[in-house]
Ligand binder design. Sequence first.
Ligand SMILES: NC(=O)c1ccc[n+]([C@@H]2O[C@H](COP(=O)([O-])OP(=O)(O)OC[C@H]3O[C@@H](n4cnc5c(N)ncnc54)[C@H](O)[C@@H]3O)[C@@H](O)[C@H]2O)c1
Ligand SMILES: [Zn+2]
Length: 466
Amino acid sequence: MASLNALGRHVALVGFMGSGKTSLGKQLAERLGRPFLDLDAAIEERSGTTIAALFAERGEQEFRRIEEHAVRVALAAPEPSVVALGGGAVTSAATRAALAAQFVLLVDVDVDLAWRRARGSPRPLAQDEQLFRRLYEDRQPLYREVADAVANDPEAAVLAAAGVHSERGGLDRLGELVPGDGPIALVADANVMGIYGPRAQEALGARLQTTHELPAGEQAKQTAVVARLWSELRLDREGTVVAFGGGCTTDVAGFAAATYLRGVRWAAVPTTLVGQVDAAIGGKTGIDIPDGKNLVGAFHWPALVLLDEALLETLPERERRQGAAELVKTQLLAGRPLDVRGAAAYKAAVCLRDPHDHGPRRFLNLGHTFAHALEAAADFDLPHGEAVALGLLAALRLSGRETDAVERALDPRPVEVDPERAWRALLRDKKRTGDAINLVLLGDGGPRVEERSADEVRRELERLIA
Ligand SMILES: NC(=O)c1ccc[n+]([C@@H]2O[C@H](COP(=O)([O-])OP(=O)(O)OC[C@H]3O[C@@H](n4cnc5c(N)ncnc54)[C@H](O)[C@@H]3O)[C@@H](O)[C@H]2O)c1
Ligand SMILES: [Zn+2]
């Protein structure tokens, strides 16, 4: 089976001359925090001469042999990287075989644009237009054969590398989009099943094996619900669980998939804004136990996340506001405006850098230290989005930033909770080093973890309380 994502694999960019592999590769590597290698440049550096001179002096066949070797060396590097291959590298059967274990992105370009970009360059195979066009036709099937996905801009490349597919109305193609051809168990909450169940079932067609309805909301994230799924599922190891709903559904169904038969594939079709920009992205799954929320779970990256923004049209306004808070949080982290797809791509890139939450993923908690404290003090009778909106105010103030963007977008209002309870909850959540508390704040170059004194943090917490 083709590679589903770039987790633990090199991303290899293939495509014709003039497709822009090098510039896209650099941008993708930057977003994924990976080294970037341009193979043509590496060959020139190692041989101390230009590709054009190698071609002229040694001939194409010898050049291909050198190139094949360079690809093999690059793909043998243990640290996952982004590698841009020369346009003709895929003509080698050995190279095509080596690419099967990596995540291969085709950078597509039409032949006219490719010619406009390549003509007049010293590229040996771009000297004659007719030859150029013929070569383009000849190579298309080879690119298609090795490619796991097609992408022409960094956002599309990040989404593809994470296994995220964005398509308005994509729900109706769910049966084709879920990787493989094995059986599918459809898991949806009661509301989503009521609105979209028949459409999803029809889209899954003959692959649909069983359908499972869950209680709506946080009620679904219980041990008893997972246990019910474990006993109802009939999938074999080729099967896929499709989680169809908000973050509660994707958390619990993803966890059932992570544990059933010691792990079967799963696909997420998030139907809430929270789900599309946050919960369905990044492979964290889990349930609640009486001791706390999300205390049991597993990292289990979905084989597919289908972002179908048309599904948000039926989302109640109250639920949309929950997602708006995470969207604004992501915009603050990225330092620029983002739409749903852009926010999903931002989270996907952070999670690909840090799939098991040992590093940069902690930045996604911007504002959440305060949010969690307020939620606990309110006995969880405070919607998460409202708590996050308030938490963002505190994080911005402690970062020495203006708060008007958050006020305008989210209109956060101080909540009535016991300040002492909120403070104790915050301290439980945070390890203190002496008098200082570590928080995710915004610096000039983006998010970073900084220390603030307990007094300062407490003062900001109390400003959020009515
Ligand atoms: N795994 C992660 O990385 C992660 C990240 C963030 C949040 N979460 C979890 O996500 C959960 C919250 O998710 P949520 O906010 O999506 O809530 P949710 O799943 O409870 O959905 C909210 C409500 O909206 C309804 N609904 C969903 N889609 C709809 C649609 N298209 N039309 C009409 N109604 C619809 C649902 O039935 C439900 O009543 C929390 O449990 C949280 O812990 C997980
Ligand atoms: Zn959150």
